[in-house]
Design a binder for this molecule. Structure first.
Ligand code: FAD
Length: 568
């Protein structure tokens, strides 16, 4: 067949990849190819139904990556869900659109990423967003919003779910949080997320269908002849040309189609890896970019020595609390509470802060030992942990997300720690992506349980607090038989660790950081030691963020596209 050649190849047509491909294909004189392992889910009702959360889990569009047994949390593995489809994980996620706390994006710059701060990223949150203002009815039902925090002309449709209509419960939940010190926040999109809010979704409110990355950044533009998408096509590794000035030069990508045929798609200018936080680092290793010891053991020839690839994996953990109600609530809603450390630990905060401070050195040593050959040194971990400590205890960014969902006569509460300290890694063990061993080390460091236990106790208190307590009929999980009123924190921690799941927010495996600080990509998202390979996806976030990830990833990818255009 004829040779396939494009200026830019984007590997992974997911949340971030389609933003980059779309913006590059705005340039009429360049050609762009997207290589996507999954297919189109435009007509898949498990995707389009905005209330169909979970329907796609375990189906053919869920990668369902397995971790290794989790030593510090009951010895069991966890399933990390991720979308295998055009649109990536945005096609199976929970649609929540919440951003980050301003100081935590400023921290990216503080650790050496010049030009990456909240004010800069804020422009790109707005650029990506096309918000649909709440209706009068939704405002009557408790939606509040500040237009200055939102973009109206971006490709990504954002809006509030119609089920808000006739909701009677918003004020009950809001006032109960308020009585616990978690105050109403009019709009959490402007850099301060703490408090209670009725949050928007990635949603096409006109059609009432999920707004995923493909609906936002591909389908309306699919007639552009320079925007090419290869579906059901899996990237195997990068193909290299001769080095230039000591840097590795990618000349294309080896791919395999669904019929099993292997071929190379050629890149004139650049290859952008957007295969997600769990696969972009794997593709780098399969291409010889990584720790030479790991590559050797896997039988992959080394091309660029970059030992930090696949390290610094950070995820969050999620638990469920349930109870019953004395009456039926119609019109379920989308509320979020973002309590900070003082809301959760109350008068224990100062003592816990001191305790954690004392433990940081030990935490750093243990975490450094997790990284292969201790390539992320104790000093490096320690400097990252100092930043996180300050975010938690000094800046008091949100520490947990709590989603209270009343439906019929029950309450379901999902909650997760936003800033655990534990870190792990992902590395290949053979020349095949499926050999990758994923280890987030959930709950390795005891702060992570402290954080989640504190939130669980706060939720129990929430249902004992007015005005909602008058409608609370009893706790079903954990239940007072399992966790009695005077239970110790260690009893609570056992319950947390025996029933948690991943929160599906892995970041950090290809961190944007100075090379000497354990970075994989520089501030232009270019992989160290390469001339023309970038990573643009959740893996480049050097730290966890307090909001759900997609809003921030769309913004990061928008900025990345501008950077790539400027360097062309
Ligand atoms: P992805 O969107 O995962 O894109 C990676 C793409 O690369 C995929 O399309 C994949 O198929 C493709 N790919 C991988 N390997 C290859 C290969 N070898 N060759 C070719 N293609 C490949 N975030 C929110 O903001 N709100 C939420 O409510 C929310 N809920 C979530 C619920 C679940 C169940 C999950 C799993 C995540 C949730 N998240 C949520 C997180 C968020 O959706 C993800 O962090 C985000 O979509 C990741 O974007 P990405 O660009 O990094 O990767």
């Amino acid at each position: 067949g004829h040779e396939q050649r494009f200026d830019y190849i984007v590997v992974g047509g997911g949340t971030s990849g389609l933003v980059v491909a779309n913006r590059l294909s705005e340039l009429k004189n360049v050609s762009v190819a997207v290589i996507e392992a999954g297919g189109s889910v435009y007509n898949n009702v498990n995707v389009t139904n905005p209330n169909g959360y979970g329907l796609a889990f375990g189906s053919e569009i869920d990668w369902a990556y397995e971790t290794v047994d989790q030593t510090y949390a009951g010895g069991k593995p966890q399933t990390l869900r991720a979308g295998k489809a055009l649109g990536g994980t945005s096609t199976i996620n929970g649609l929540a659109y919440t951003r980050a706390q301003d100081v935590q994006i400023d921290a990216w710059e503080q650790v050496g990423n010049k030009g990456w701060n909240w004010n800069e990223l804020f422009k790109y949150y707005l650029k990506s967003e096309g918000v649909e203002a709440p209706t009068e009815q939704q405002v009557a039902d408790g939606v509040t919003y500040n237009p200055e925090f939102h973009g109206t002309t971006g490709p990504l449709k954002v809006g509030w779910k119609s089920e808000l209509v006739n909701s009677t419960v918003t004020d009950l939940v809001k006032d109960t949080w308020s009585n616990l010190g978690v105050q109403h926040n009019r709009d959490i999109a402007g850099g301060d997320m703490t408090g209670f809010n009725v949050f928007p979704s990635t949603l096409d409110t006109q059609l009432n269908v999920r707004e995923d990355a493909a609906r936002a950044y591909y389908f309306p533009y699919q007639n552009r002849t320079n925007y090419n998408v290869f579906l059901n096509t899996e990237a195997k590794k990068l193909v290299w040309a001769e080095d230039e000035a000591g840097e590795a030069v990618a000349s294309g990508v080896e791919v395999v189609s669904s019929n099993g045929q292997t071929r190379t798609i050629h890149a004139n200018k650049e290859v952008i890896l957007s295969a997600g936080a769990l696969m972009s680092s794997v593709l780098l290793e399969l291409s010889g970019v990584g720790n030479p010891d790991i590559l050797k053991a896997a039988g992959v020839p080394s091309k660029v020595e970059l030992k930090s690839v696949g390290e610094s994996l950070q995820d969050q953990t999620n638990n469920e609390y349930t109870g019953t109600a004395t009456k039926s609530f119609d019109g379920t809603s989308v509320f979020v509470a973002y309590p900070n450390v003082e809301d959760i630990l109350k008068n224990q905060t100062a003592a816990v802060a001191l305790d954690v401070k004392k433990k940081l050195a030990k935490y750093s040593q243990e975490t450094s030992k997790n990284s292969v050959d201790s390539v992320i040194s104790t000093e490096l971990v320690s400097s990252a942990f100092d930043v996180q400590y300050d975010l938690i205890f000094k800046h008091k960014v949100p520490l947990a997300e709590v989603l209270v969902t009343p439906s019929d006569t029950s309450f379901t509460v999902e909650f997760w720690s936003l800033l655990p300290f534990s870190r792990g890694n992902i590395h290949i063990t053979s020349a095949n992506s499926s050999s990758a061993k994923i280890n987030p080390n959930y709950f390795q460091l005891d702060w992570d349980a402290t954080e989640q236990v504190g939130t669980a106790k706060l939720i129990r208190e929430f249902f004992q607090t007015a005005p909602l307590n008058q409608y609370f009929a009893g706790e079903t999980s954990p239940g007072y038989d399992v966790i009695p009123k005077n239970a110790t924190d260690s009893q609570w921690a056992d319950w947390i660790k025996s029933g948690y799941r991943s929160n599906f927010h892995p970041v950090g495996t290809t961190s944007m950081l100075p090379k000497e600080r354990g970075g994989v990509v520089d501030t232009n998202l270019k992989v160290y030691g390469t001339k023309n390979v970038r990573v643009v996806d959740a893996g480049v976030l050097p730290f966890q963020v307090c909001g759900h990830l997609v809003s921030t990833l769309y913004a990061v990818a928008e900025k990345a596209a501008d950077i790539i255009k400027a360097s062309a």
